[in-house]
Design a protein around this ligand. Structure first.
Ligand SMILES: CC(=O)SCCNC(=O)CCNC(=O)[C@H](O)C(C)(C)COP(=O)(O)OP(=O)(O)OC[C@H]1O[C@@H](n2cnc3c(N)ncnc32)[C@H](O)[C@@H]1OP(=O)(O)O
Ligand SMILES: CC(C)C(=O)C(=O)O
Ligand SMILES: [Mg+2]
Length: 507
């Protein structure tokens, strides 16, 4: 019988600390709902004191999620804990997650505090948090570089003060599997009251060992594993949830551990996050990369055709990716369309389905075959409602290598039609400048990228545009078989997010 192990997802907190991965409230709620659907045990929704936006997100996630604990991070200080609980009090299972660093380096240079002071603060702040909420997690930041004797003392103290979970972060991704295994074992052996708390681990990927370290800790007796979707997070990222869960699943024979995560939701979660943040997954990334289940070499293809277990240690279906041979195209009906979406792990309302089916039919006029990637792109473009303050009606472009590009763009903005013409360095620049004239607002274009979603001459192009206003970043996405149209749609999508952001403030 496998031992149960808890999954604590911190995509919305540590994941959001990845440069360029800021998410708005709506996007965070979408991710949280997907995490709940997957069956994770704890969702860290943010760090409430960081900003009014972070506070609002933690509160919104706390109000929305029913089947997972919802946590907010807070420093070991009353004002952070007060703010965290102010947002978490709406949750069915609130968890206050407080932390303080325990390594000599951090205590000396960052906190400018002695061991005794840190110990006292940790204990007092856990007691303080307990006044609000029975579930309190305490993290010893930089635990893996801390003096073990001091670490044991801190953990013993905070457990006595009421901590229900003690977390042992490898904050800077410094440890290696054998060492981390020994650290977790030594905590189990030297902290006298350890049986009163969960042992959690939280690994960073600076040396590319976050998942290996997490799994080593799980073997050593950790009962909660902290991770993020696609492994996003501070610097080189956190341990990737999909890799941890699939390693435990595929090697149950070795680990003897079982999480509650529904693995068939993994692919949908990965795609949703990519869509929201614009941060692509590398093609050879384990589990969710484009090539993770692709076979190129003839000998491999032969083996897989004979029996997929020759070269596949897990099935694509187990992560919600199906290699179905059903071809969707112009003549497909609603049933085949819906069934394919279900196979891909999406369950849509009738209204969403009708809307996406309409877009699907429009696409079949432009493309002969609709691949799974096309469907996912369609769904992700439409699934998260963005109020369309600006809507593209039409555009014309005049360009070539001997003339200056000119774009005419016609947009409906707040139910009124506008048309502007602009010159530019190339067709996309000209189109963006025409759009800017219509929008008539101040913001900066920060990043633009273009990718092909599928292959072939009728492939769909996907444009990702990032714009910044008053310090906030808005990511827009557009898809089309025409790359200029995709770019215009992405720009307008980002602008709509910016215009609809009620949290934005002039600074
Ligand atoms: C390993 C991790 O992932 S830790 C989490 C990292 N996440 C973030 O930092 C989120 C974004 N951060 C922020 O928005 C800001 O840093 C805030 C709102 C948290 C704090 O902002 P400020 O109050 O302006 O402080 P600032 O960030 O400049 O410095 C941190 C202060 O907190 C102290 N501090 C740091 N960690 C802790 C802790 N765990 N407990 C108590 N105090 C702490 C530092 O010593 C410093 O104190 P000082 O102002 O007396 O010198
Ligand atoms: C705050 C803690 C849990 C953290 O993110 C880290 O130490 O990496
Ligand atoms: Mg971290």
């Amino acid at each position: 019988m496998a031992r149960a192990i808890k999954i604590f997802d911190t995509t919305l907190r540590d994941g959001e600390q990845s440069p360029g991965c800021s998410m708005n409230i709506k996007e965070k709620i979408e991710i949280a709902k997907q995490l709940e659907k997957m069956g994770v045990d704890v969702i860290e929704a943010g760090f409430a004191i960081v900003s009014p936006g972070d506070f609002a997100s933690v509160k919104a996630v706390a109000k929305t999620i029913k089947n997972a604990a919802v946590a907010s991070l807070c420093r070991a200080m009353p004002k952070d804990i007060d703010r965290a609980y102010e947002a978490l009090k709406y949750a069915q299972q609130p968890r206050i997650h407080t932390f303080i660093a325990t390594s000599d380096i951090h205590m000396k240079y960052k906190l400018r505090a002695s061991e005794d002071e840190v110990l006292e603060t940790a204990i007092n702040m856990v007691k303080y948090a307990k006044k609000y909420c029975s579930d309190v997690e305490f993290s010893a930041e930089d635990a893996s570089r801390s003096n073990p004797e001091f670490l044991f003392k801190v953990f013993e103290g905070v457990i006595k003060a009421g901590a229900t979970v003690i977390n042992v972060p490898d904050t800077v991704g410094y440890t290696v599997p054998d060492e981390y295994y020994n650290l977790i074992r030594s905590i189990r052996e030297n902290v006298s009251n350890i049986d009163k708390a969960e042992i959690s681990v939280h690994c960073h990927n600076d040396l590319g060992m976050a998942v290996a370290n997490t799994l080593a800790a799980a073997r050593a007796g950790a009962t909660q594993l902290e991770c993020t979707i696609n492994g996003i997070g501070e610097r080189a990222g956190n341990a990737a949830m999909e890799e941890i869960v699939m390693a435990l699943n595929t090697r149950k024979d070795f680990y003897g551990l079982a999480s509650k995560v529904d693995t068939t939701q993994i692919y949908a979660a990965s795609q949703l996050l990519t869509k929201i943040t614009g941060m692509k997954v590398q093609h050879n990334k384990a589990i969710v990369g484009k090539n993770a289940f692709a076979h190129e070499a003839g000998i491999h293809q032969h083996g897989v055709l004979a029996n997929s277990s020759t070269y596949e240690i897990m099935t694509p279906e187990s992560i919600g990716l199906t290699t179905n041979s059903l071809v969707l195209g112009k003549h497909s009906g609603r049933h085949a369309f819906e069934s394919r979406l279900n196979e891909l792990g999406y369950t849509l309302s009738q209204e969403q389905l009708d809307k996406i089916f309409e877009n699907f039919k429009e696409l079949t006029d432009k493309k002969k075959v609709i691949y799974d990637k096309d469907l996912e792109a369609l769904i992700q473009e439409k699934a998260i409602e963005v109020i369309e303050t600006c809507k593209l009606n039409q555009f014309t472009i005049n360009c070539g290598n001997t003339i200056t590009s000119t774009a005419t763009v016609n947009i409906t903005k707040n139910n009124q039609e506008f048309e502007e013409v602009s010159l530019g360095h190339g067709p996309i620049d000209a189109a963006f400048k025409a759009i800017e004239k219509i929008v008539d607002d101040r913001f900066d274009l920060e990043d633009y990228s273009l990718n092909s979603i599928t292959e072939g001459e009728d492939a769909q192009g996907e444009a990702i545009v990032k714009i910044r206003r008053y310090g906030r970043l808005y990511t827009g996405r557009g898809i089309s078989t025409d790359v200029i149209e995709a770019s215009i749609k992405a720009y307008i999508n980002a602008i709509n997010k910016m215009l609809n952001d009620s949290e934005q403030q002039e600074v």
